[in-house]
Design a protein. Sequence first.
Length: 355
Amino acid sequence: MSKLKLVHIVGARPQFIKSGAVSRAIKSDARFGDIEERYIHTGQHYDKNMSGNFFSELEIPEPNYNLGVGSDTHGRQTALMLERIEKVLIQERPDWVFIYGDTNSTLAGVVAASKLQLKVAHIEAGLRNYNRKMPEEINRIIADKVSDVLFAPTENAMNILKTEGLSERAVLVGDVMYDSLMFYKDLAEQRISSEFKNRYSDFYLATIHRAENTNDLQRLQNIFEAFSRLDAPVVIPLHPRTQKIINRINFNDNVIIIEPVSYLEMIYLLKSSKKVLTDSGGLQKEAFILKKPCVTLMDDTAWIETLENNWNFTVGAETELILEKIECNTFGERGDHFGNGNSSGEILEYILSYI
């Protein structure tokens, strides 16, 4: 029996984390021994923490191809990815192409693969926040319309796919990020240095990277005004691009801006923080899973499960609303919305049985 060839198309750190869960399942479960995998890294996001150490530390295969596309306008970036992904897929001729999430790499991957009549699976399908101003929303919709199989992480995602007439291609498997988080939260304890562990105490963790916030100085000023008035320091690992913008607004020494951190360091900061303030969908979900209250600095969220019983609030960039919701300390039960930690295995089982 010939091996089944699988190609992962990824372009940003969260996508490597998600795909890493699938790779670990392939390597650790004898049922999947006939799967051969390749990685295409589009190079969409430059991240200095994604060196060789990144892959070895997180036990993720290094990419077989790095297309080096880099940052650009949405149109030019996606066009360059399409051209370069197509060349690799023609060379590899995989049985399956896996795309993840909602980046431009996701969009380019599904378009290139489908035009070559290759089977495509969208992992993390069915997410919607119904905000067409966000490029990610457009990418999600197109990926779901075109992919052959839609692996949905939650019941809500399945319901959305049903309302869009896509239920015949949808499979509820749970969330691969849940798989990863269960693996990495223990690894973080083992591998983070004592010096890093002792660096911060009694703090809030914040991240800001969405264009909706970073491209609007008034929104940023409102957010940082709230940070400056919180009852404990706010630690913000910040991308250099955002750092340049931040220099144009006012805030006090309650805000501690640090260099970008590794994924394991971020998990440790999350576990150690009082609460989280973020515009990251992934961090909202990780906070929910690890029972860490969250305030989302966006007007909406695709992860509506996290809003359950006050574990997450969407507040946009309203200073007083941020301050009000961060004070909430009344929480109800959290549902088990994201699977049982074996989403990757269920995905691979389905792929092997696919007719």
